[in-house]
Design a protein around this ligand. Structure first.
Ligand SMILES: [Zn+2]
Length: 311
């Protein structure tokens, strides 16, 4: 039996700023990773949003204690109703992909608001630089399997492999702490995989508001659909995808509509970062060849510099 106060333990006012817990690497210094794994102080309030005098921002940050793997999102898990009326959580699955995820990121940054990204391992390994950009912008990052297969149709051992490898890959690609947050592809869990995630103290996320953005809707239709569902339910965790071109195109308008209609953004963060399993860190090492060790990357311009030609 879990007490709700043990699960959602902290809220803090926040309008803007790169303060997400276990979203951005807290230190760029090599050798500081262990220190970075400890509790992070609550975010400080920042009211400035460069270039945007009236941003959507973030109204509240919640910290989730993932002990025993709590589930969130009323489509599947109805125990923790932590959002107040008009509160919304933005979540993006799959990716990262160039142009799409990066456009979504730009729209979120322009409004100084924060989301949670559930990254797929093979794309995280392919585009670690985008995942690091997401982390550095202060968003929260969780995992969503390696190959996006339906885990409910796999043997448990294979499903466990998909879960653990994706956690290790996403963690390695980010190069710093990531959240113990997981979302099942197609939202299809099994009793066995849920029990396993609980044993690993990893929270599971479903949704309240499914954007259905995998349909080839126009950006306008997508915004209208999400706003209609929100109008009906009044609040919720919104499920979107970081790989859909129309989702990327719709994002500036969706964020404006949310603000116009009085919705407030809540950012999810984790009380403790995810603990990867060393055996899976080893298993994924060959997929991550060429990736720098955690927190040892140098800015590209300090490594490669144009000295002739170009603009
Ligand atoms: Zn997905």
């Amino acid at each position: 039996m879990r007490a709700i106060q043990a699960t959602v333990v902290l809220t803090a006012a926040l309008l803007c700023g790169p303060n997400a817990l276990y979203a951005a690497p807290p230190s760029e210094e090599p050798g500081q990773q262990e220190a970075a794994m400890g509790p992070v102080p609550p975010p400080t309030e920042q009211k400035e949003c460069p270039g945007n005098p009236d941003p959507l921002g973030v109204s509240r940050v919640v910290e989730i204690d993932t002990t025993d793997g709590p589930g969130f999102g009323f489509q599947h898990y109805k125990l923790y109703d932590f959002l107040n009326p008009k509160e919304v959580v933005l979540t993006f699955d799959d990716g990262p992909l160039p142009n799409r995820t990066t456009a979504i990121l730009a729209a979120l940054d322009a409004e100084c608001t924060k989301a949670t990204f559930f990254s797929v391992g093979k794309e995280a390994a392919g585009y670690p630089e985008i995942l690091r950009q997401i982390a550095k912008s202060g968003h929260t990052i969780g995992a969503h399997t390696v190959t996006h297969k339906d885990l409910s149709k796999m043997k448990f051992e294979d499903a466990k492999d998909e879960i653990e490898k994706s956690i290790s890959i996403v963690h390695r690609a980010v190069g710093g702490p990531t959240a113990p947050f997981f979302r099942f592809p197609y939202l299809r869990a099994t009793p066995e995989t849920l029990k396993y995630l609980a044993s690993r103290n990893i929270a599971v996320f479903s949704t309240d508001i499914d954007s259905f953005d995998f349909k080839r809707w126009t950006p306008n239709k997508l915004v209208a659909h999400v706003m209609k569902l929100l109008d009906k339910r009044g609040k919720g965790i919104i499920l979107m995808h970081a790989i859909q071109p129309h989702t990327a195109k719709a994002m500036p308008d969706l964020l404006k509509e949310l603000k116009k209609n009085g919705y407030k953004i809540v950012q999810l963060t984790a009380k403790e970062p995810v603990k990867t399993l060393p055996e899976y860190d080893e298993k994924i090492a060959k997929d991550m060849q060429g990736m720098p060790d955690a927190l040892t990357d140098r800015p590209m311009k300090s490594v490669v510099r144009t000295i002739s030609g170009g603009q």
